[in-house]
Design a protein around this ligand. Structure first.
Ligand SMILES: CC(C)(COP(=O)(O)OP(=O)(O)OC[C@H]1O[C@@H](n2cnc3c(N)ncnc32)[C@H](O)[C@@H]1OP(=O)(O)O)[C@@H](O)C(=O)NCCC(=O)NCCS
Length: 165
């Protein structure tokens, strides 16, 4: 059993732990680096958690068990005000293919609906087959917008969008 939990500022260590594991395990999936985020201090993590909602996935069990997945939602700079944007989706390798990614995205989509958003968007590297398949299965489709990967000279990422209306 997996629980999806919306965490707050005081859970900044939970967020940091999961996010650093994500960057260590999947360095090519995100537009940031482990070295960069390892240097963030408590005040940076608290600011991140204050400025956008973060969800963690936990296995049902004793309280305090470490998160097996993570996702966040932002208003992407430059996007329309009725769009909400998924960032940082990650599931620990041992917990994959068990619906955790789907459950995290469902939490993001529900929050976007609650804010009367009309679309949910994200960027995904073209060669990230697992993520592209996951998003496609949940109804996301490519918008046609592409850009070079932020931190890699090779490859591109594409914007995908889910319409909520
Ligand atoms: C992408 C990711 C979040 C998927 O998480 P997950 O918990 O395994 O996803 P789910 O179990 O909810 O998968 C749902 C469906 O997506 C598709 N899918 C997910 N992973 C897949 C894979 N490796 N290969 C093919 N299809 C896959 C399948 O259709 C799957 O359904 P099924 O297992 O019944 O066949 C996870 O692989 C991950 O964290 N990857 C590294 C980080 C990353 O790439 N993040 C996304 C950045 S844009």
């Amino acid at each position: 059993m997996i629980d999806i939990e919306l965490i707050g500022e005081d859970d900044w260590q939970v967020a940091r732990d999961a996010r650093l594991r994500a960057l260590r395990e999947s360095p090519h999936a995100f537009g940031s680096t482990l070295a960069r985020e390892e240097s963030f201090r408590e005040q940076h993590w608290r600011m991140r958690l204050r400025s956008s909602p973060w969800w963690v996935a936990r296995r049902a069990g004793p309280p305090g068990s470490s998160a097996v997945g993570l996702a966040s939602m932002i208003v992407e700079p430059g996007s329309t005000s009725d769009d909400r944007h998924v960032v940082g989706l990650w599931v620990e390798p041992d917990a994959r293919r068990q619906g955790v990614g789907t459950a995290l995205l469902a939490a993001v989509v529900a929050a976007a609906r609650a804010e009367a958003a009309r679309t949910v968007s994200l960027w995904v590297a073209d060669d990230n087959d697992a993520a592209v398949r996951l998003y496609g299965r949940l109804g996301f489709s490519p918008t046609g917008e592409r850009q070079p990967l932020p931190r890699s000279p090779r490859g591109a990422e594409s914007r995908h969008e889910l319409r909520l209306d």
